[in-house]
Design a protein around this ligand. Structure first.
Ligand code: PMP
Length: 455
């Protein structure tokens, strides 16, 4: 094991990690997983409350049925480009679409960023074909994240995540966030409506004839776990209809049960034109992402008009043809159904929320608790009245203290100048009440170490 740590320290460039850390410490090396637990190379066990660090392992670790399905598929046919069909891709597309009324086409690729890139290209091509190139702008929201590539970062509303990586792609326009706790208008009854009105203000400023799509997370994830306020989605959907703007929902985090429904947008009465998804699609057992569209979007590109040689979606993703992705995704979806994991996510999500609200009664540094299903955020503040956010080091300290109790939690991290102050919980959907209690007890301990109690 010592060798592996040395090899890692010498040659691996870790994601999102300041490597100075490893001048004096060893990297955490995770070597095994079972249900919600992972073990490091020194034999320490952790309860993973963030599904693999990045909200991915929705059905938990050690699922031999997924591994078996992938193995069987790999020895039959591991790969052929998606210019041709293959059996698991066809079957998974059909199963997936049965969970998404109103949508009908699945385009395969390998990461959330790539799925979003496809969506942006579809919007741009429709702008070319249908609107003489005019409707090319894509609106995105302050605090949302859509991925790591330059186009996806161009569509991301997090200033620290973007810093030093510009210049960005043109045609991506920001609309204001919808975090009611950080209301731009103080305490108001109709915050959701006001936040949606801000989108309309941007549409009118830019000119509706220039805007092709609005790209939103159903619940902002890495930007601080922000569910939309009441009244928001109704207005957003109406704006898209009114101004002929495609609604692209980024379900990379919320998709496949995280919030207690198949998709986050299904909590609200909305009908998206494009939905992208990745992490939970195969729970990290294989790399797969999907860009799902309506038949109308598909047809807008399919029908040949000006130039038959050019008028189709001229996009390819080499590894979109890996059959391990849809094979794993099929087995993953089967597990979610067989084990009623949507219901469990609702039930345990409610239980976790109740326990967190009890902690809020106890600790003044908890400013806000929000989320849906098994996707919850805890925003930390220096003072409840001033709502001054705690420094990133405080959220990091809470996470580190939880680690000492054997629980891994997440926290917003180097995304904003001010708001790296939200802890994130997104355990696997198979979690039990007892495991929820362990997470809460680690948090209780951590809060007791970093703050004064209210009483
Ligand atoms: N969209 C959202 C909402 C995400 O949270 C992420 C990743 N955290 C992405 C897109 C990008 O996904 P990937 O890292 O697989 O490219």
């Amino acid at each position: 094991m010592k060798d592996s740590i040395q090899q890692d320290k010498q040659h691996v460039w870790h994601h999102l990690t300041p490597h100075q850390l490893f001048d004096n410490t060893d990297p955490l090396m995770i070597v095994r997983g079972e249900r919600l637990s992972v073990w490091d190379c020194k034999g320490n066990e952790y309860l993973d409350a963030v599904s693999g660090g990045l909200w991915t392992v929705n059905v938990g670790y050690g699922r031999t049925e997924i591994a078996d399905a992938v193995r069987e598929q790999l020895v039959t046919l591991n790969y052929f480009a998606q210019t041709a069909g293959n059996l698991p891709a066809a079957e998974f597309a059909s199963k997936l679409i049965s969970k998404m009324p109103g949508l009908s086409r699945v385009y395969y690729s390998n990461s959330g960023s790539e799925a979003n890139e496809k969506a942006f290209k579809i919007v741009r091509q429709i702008a070319e074909k249908k609107y003489g190139g005019k409707k090319y702008k894509i609106l995105y929201r302050e605090r949302d994240y859509h991925g790591t590539t330059i186009a996806c970062l161009s569509a991301t509303g997090q200033e620290q995540r973007k810093a030093q990586y510009g210049p960005f792609a043109p045609g991506f326009i920001e609309v204001p966030h919808c975090c009611e706790y950080r209301s731009q208008w103080g305490d108001v009854d109709n915050y959701g409506e006001l936040a949606a009105n801000e989108i309309e203000r941007v549409i009118l400023r830019e000119g509706p004839e220039t805007i092709g799509a609005l790209c939103l997370e159903p619940i902002t994830a890495g930007g601080g776990v922000i569910p939309p306020p009441k009244g928001y989605w109704e207005k957003v959907q109406a704006l898209c209809k009114k101004y002929d703007i495609l609604l692209h929902i980024d379900e990379v985090v919320c998709g496949l049960g995280r919030t207690g429904k198949w998709f986050g947008y299904q909590h609200y009465d909305i009908q998206p034109d494009i939905v992208t998804m990745a992490k939970g699609v195969a729970s990290g057992y294989a790399a797969i992402s999907c860009t799902v569209t309506t038949e109308a979007v598909f047809n807008a590109i399919k029908y040949v008009d000006s130039d038959p040689k050019m008028d189709y979606f001229r996009d390819v993703s080499t590894f979109g043809g890996c059959t391990s992705g849809p094979a794993a995704a099929l087995a993953n979806l089967q597990i979610i159904e067989n084990e009623n994991l949507l219901e469990n996510a609702q039930k345990q999500g409610c239980y976790l929320l109740c326990q967190l609200l009890a902690l809020k009664e106890k600790y003044a540094l908890i400013g806000d608790i929000r989320g849906k299903g098994l996707f919850l955020g805890i925003e930390l503040v220096e003072n409840r009245n001033s709502k001054v956010p705690v420094d990133e080091s405080v959220s990091a300290k809470v996470a580190a203290l939880c680690m000492t109790k054997g629980v891994i939690i997440g926290h917003t991290n180097r995304s904003f100048t001010q708001f790296n102050n939200t802890l994130c919980l997104s355990p696997a959907l198979i979690i039990t009440e007892q495991e929820v209690d362990s997470i809460v007890s680690a948090l209780d301990f951590a809060f007791s170490q970093v703050s004064d109690t209210l009483d």
